[in-house]
Design a protein around this ligand. Structure first.
Ligand code: NIG
Ligand code: FE
Length: 409
């Protein structure tokens, strides 16, 4: 079945085959084509061109002067969780910091308690609602982490829920094992790190439940030494690292991530030039999460400096109940522009191709490229890409197409 989208004001996000990420000055550009059509064959992008060469198709979608861009890719989320933490939201309003809430036994441990009490079916139901919301807002690929289990059975429960989501949504899903998100209740620090390495990781790997391994390498959570041990154990099972680093302090997480060929190092609110230097020439995608800067009142990542230094930047939502209760990637893009002073094109590259790279799927999604999965947003009539982050609350999606099929059609 061939579907042709016609009367596209501008096709945005065209990337040649084989380009898997953008770095430095490449971030400033993206391929565009005005007055265009795009052909979908089955679940793939089959071609595109200008309206004077409109091809035959079984079905046409009239974009009526809207733009077409790749669906958003969200490479960092924690959307499998139970309930909410709105009580802590009030604590925060009353002046407590993220670290103070965590020290009082709130934060991640609070979510772990709730998850423990919640059945696997109910956890799936709540999590699916969040994924549906994200898809409705334009996300077509997402990574989901464990890390609210913090005991072997509960970590496996979370990862089984992620697997079930993956099998039941039209979006592309990748799973990350984040047993080292916090020290589980009742464990000593060393005892817990050993549990992660010697019991959780082997079980997760044996059941084939994760693509990646993550560690919260930050002040008050896991040290560089813990992180090195966990990543080495993960490597043994073929799990590539994605690291939480430099959110609360200059933690050394970037350097240990690069050393272990991490696919991404994420957060980076607190970085110095040493982290920028460490990332040079690496395979690791620096990933910034402006949603948690916004919600926690932290500094925003130094995206412009990273780009200036020749590095790429990805942006992701960090959707979670404690530090970023939103999976709205359009808002992430807007914060990239408004607070991190990225241009709309830089922000688009950060929320599509580079975010796809940061979860190892940029050969499959993240750009308008012949042969890639047809994950596409058709906007309402808009004069330019810049309108999307600029009018950041005005509805902009007219059609969302995943694997060639229209969502909510
Ligand atoms: O990415 N920083 C660590 N983990 C999450 C927060 C998780 C939580 O507070 O529940 C984050 O911000
Ligand atoms: Fe996170």
């Amino acid at each position: 079945m061939k579907t042709c989208i016609k009367n596209i004001r501008e096709l945005v996000g065209i990337v040649p085959q084989g380009v898997l990420r953008k770095q430095g000055a490449e971030m400033n550009e993206t391929g565009t084509l005005a007055d265009a059509w795009l052909l979908i064959d089955g679940d793939r992008i089959a071609g595109f061109g200008t309206m004077d060469t409109l091809p035959e198709a079984d079905r046409y979608i009239d974009a009526e002067g809207g733009l077409v861009l790749p669906s958003f890719c969200d490479s960092h989320t924690h959307i499998v969780y139970a309930g909410s933490r709105e009580g802590e939201f009030l604590d925060k309003i009353n002046g407590l910091s993220y670290e103070e809430i965590a020290r009082r036994g709130g934060g991640i441990l609070n979510s772990a308690d709730r998850l423990h009490e919640t059945s696997e079916d109910e956890l799936y139901r709540q999590s699916m609602e969040r994924v549906q919301e994200m898809i409705a807002k334009g996300t077509g690929a997402l990574e989901i982490k464990s890390g609210y289990g913090l005991r072997t059975e509960d970590e496996l429960k979370m990862l089984r829920v992620i697997k079930r989501i993956r099998e039941n949504v039209p979006a592309l899903v990748r799973a990350t094992f984040l047993g080292a998100h916090a020290i589980g209740r009742g464990y000593g620090h060393e005892e817990y790190v050993r549990l992660v390495c010697e019991e959780m990781l082997p079980a997760v790997a044996q059941q084939g439940l994760a693509d990646f391994v993550d560690v919260f390498c930050d002040e008050g959570f896991f040290t560089v030494e813990d992180t090195g041990r966990i990543l080495t154990a993960g490597e043994h099972y073929g799990l590539r690292p994605k690291i939480h680093a430099n959110e609360l302090a200059v933690s050394g997480g970037v350097q240990i991530g690069v050393k272990h060929h991490a696919l991404s190092v994420d957060h980076l609110e607190k970085t110095t030039d040493a982290e920028i230097d460490a990332l040079q020439g690496s395979v690791t995608m620096p990933t910034m999460l402006p949603g948690s800067s916004f919600f926690l009142g932290l500094p925003y990542g130094r995206a412009k400096d990273f780009i200036q230094a020749g590095l790429g930047v990805a942006l992701a939502s960090d959707y979670n109940p404690g530090s970023s209760p939103s999976g709205d990637m359009r808002f992430v893009m807007a914060m990239g522009c408004i607070r991190m002073r990225l241009t709309a094109v830089q922000a688009l590259n950060a929320v599509t191709l580079n975010s796809a790279y940061a979860m190892g799927v940029s050969d499959e999604v993240g750009s308008i490229t012949v042969g890639k999965r047809a994950n596409l947003i058709v906007t309402r009539p808009l004069q330019s890409l810049t309108m999307i982050p600029y009018m950041y609350q005005t509805p902009f999606i007219r059609h969302h197409i995943l694997s060639g099929k229209e969502i909510n059609a």
